[in-house]
Ligand binder design. Structure first.
Ligand SMILES: [Zn+2]
Length: 221
């Protein structure tokens, strides 16, 4: 079990860290070389998935929530997010969740300790870290409201969204805000940026150049 609990972070946040599952972290780290050994589990063709809707929280409150979650679960800067997900009950699958997301990530979540994150075979490990944090954001921000209406509902979040659906687009923004703050907490990021510069920050926080640059811009540099 982890030291902290997501339920400590927010009263409405669902329980996430309750059990351990079989893990494939070594495969994840080395998948670019041994991907042929990984068995993809295609999603069910009969399950009706519900897409996440934005909760309408401000950017500041989503970021504050993400940082609080990171503290509560003991996630450190540059930490092992794959291990965190697996200890929370999540699984990884290389490939698509079935909705045009072959080059990006997605998540299918049945509960906060029963979910699968799909990772593209074509992306860098640093980008994958952001993707995983993004899907964690969907899990913690958007599954609860969905299952409040229907406890048996299964959420599927992909990078493909209905452009005409404002709420779906909002959900993507919220997941991105969560991911950025989870991986690059504001105070530590600013301090590191000023002390060592963007190149070193990318290395220390283990994020892509794009993620670091975007975070830097959002913090008004
Ligand atoms: Zn998303």
């Amino acid at each position: 079990m982890l030291n902290g609990s997501l339920s400590d972070a927010t009263p409405e946040a669902p329980q996430i860290l309750t059990c351990f599952r079989f893990v494939c972290i070594i495969l994840l780290y080395t998948r670019k070389w041994i991907s042929f050994q990984i068995t993809s589990r295609e999603p069910s063709l009969t399950t009706e998935y519900v897409s996440p809707k934005g909760i309408g929280a401000s950017k500041a409150s989503v970021e504050a929530f993400a940082e609080k979650v990171a503290v509560n679960v003991g996630f450190k800067i540059g930490g092992n997010i794959e291990d965190l997900i697996e200890r929370a009950g999540g699984k990884f699958v290389m490939g698509s969740s079935g909705q045009g997301d072959t080059d990006s990530g997605s998540i299918i979540a049945r509960s906060t300790n029963d979910f699968t994150i799909f990772i593209s075979r074509h992306t860098s490990l640093k980008r994958d870290r952001f993707t995983i944090a993004h899907e964690l954001g969907h899990l913690l921000l958007h599954l609860g409201p969905i299952q409040k209406k229907d406890p048996s509902a299964v959420m599927r979040a992909t990078r493909w969204v209905d452009k005409s659906d404002e709420s779906q687009r909002r959900a993507e923004w919220e997941a991105n805000w969560f991911a950025a703050a989870f991986l690059m907490p504001k105070a530590e990021f600013i301090e590191a940026y000023k002390a060592v510069g963007i190149q070193r920050v990318q290395f220390d926080f283990d994020v892509s150049e794009m993620a670091a640059q975007t975070r830097a811009k959002s913090l008004v540099f």
